[in-house]
Design a binder for this molecule. Structure first.
Ligand code: NAP
Length: 284
């Protein structure tokens, strides 16, 4: 499938490294981003630039979207010069953004009416995994379409798993990010408690990362936590958004409720900073 023409929409923290993986794998990638200055890096790597999503869909066979949220997806599909504003057929649209299951079902229906296919395929992992093609991809939608594009997904991830029909990928992602939020808050609470009682963050992280509780999250975020570097790799506003989506889908459990409350409050002060700034929220 290497001669498949790919269109990429959304060049944020994740969209850039993910699309670069496809260019490195030899795909011809045409890009579109709302803020045009972010297209420069891809242009320098040889990408074509489309001026609108409508222009993009005419030029490619597979469109991959990696943007913030439901509002962005609405704009890209239904806005002026959006994907649905022009007639097209036999295109495959893969939405890798973390969005609500509801918007995926609606967009899948609208795409089908045009004769196009839609897959939801959100990812677990952050910028480092995106740079290394090591994301975990969970997909929802037609199995034949999934198998057709799996060679493309495999260039961005170490695992691409179809978990059900349209929107199932989004639901799986909300479950995974609920656990991520619980883990991040748990780690924050352990650090705040340890610090209060005279234990240095660096020592605690060394112990955790060498113990049975050590995991990739602690290893990736460890240095930033120790140095109190809160610059966003995964902005806290995104996990706050994911917890709102999970809540709307029925998340109603003791830890689920707790992280929902914590991250909604933390977003007001630290939304643009990394998820680890929940430590500052817990510290109070
Ligand atoms: P980001 O850096 O904030 O980038 C967001 C992208 O969405 C930008 O390209 C932005 O365009 C575009 N966008 C936002 N609103 C838009 C609108 N109304 N119309 C058109 N485009 C719009 O986000 P990110 O960190 O790459 O995350 C992207 C998605 O992946 C999110 O759903 C996030 O939850 C999920 N995710 C992120 C991570 C992570 O570690 N960062 C990990 C897993 C999943 P502009 O450049 O014009 O602003």
């Amino acid at each position: 499938m290497n001669n498949t023409k790919i269109g990429w929409i959304g060049l944020g923290k994740m969209g850039i490294p993910m699309s670069v993986q496809l260019i490195k794998a030899g795909f011809a990638v045409t890009v579109f981003n709302r803020s045009k200055e972010k297209e420069r890096e891809l242009k320098e790597m040889g990408s074509e630039i489309a001026s609108t999503p409508a222009e993009l869909i005419q030029q490619v066979e597979v469109i991959i979207i990696m943007v913030s949220d439901d509002i962005a997806i609405d704009a890209i599909f239904k806005g002026e010069n959006g994907l649905l504003s022009t007639s097209s057929s036999d295109k495959i649209i893969i939405n890798m953004s973390t969005v609500s299951p509801g918007i995926s079902r609606r967009m899948a229906d609208l795409c089908a009416k045009q004769g196009n296919s839609y897959l939801d395929a959100p990812v677990s992992g952050s910028v480092k995994q995106a740079e290394g093609g090591q994301l975990v991809i969970m997909a929802g939608g037609n199995n034949q379409i999934f198998e057709k594009v799996k060679p493309i997904l495999d260039k961005m991830g170490k695992l691409a798993l179809r978990v059900g029909e349209s929107s199932a990928g989004n639901t799986a992602k909300l479950a995974v990010n609920t656990l991520l939020a619980i883990h991040a808050q748990g780690l924050a609470e352990a650090i705040v408690f340890a610090n209060k009682n005279g234990i240095a963050t660096e020592d605690l992280m060394t112990i955790i990362n060498n113990s049975a509780l050590g995991n990739v999250f602690g290893k990736i975020k460890g240095e930033a936590i120790i140095k109190e570097n809160y610059q966003a790799a995964f902005a806290l506003k995104h996990i706050a958004k994911d917890l709102r989506l999970a809540k709307a889908e029925g998340l109603d459990t003791p830890l689920g409720d707790s992280v929902y409350q914590t991250f909604q409050k933390a977003e007001l002060a630290f939304g643009e900073e990394d998820i680890i700034s929940v430590i500052k929220q817990i510290k109070g």
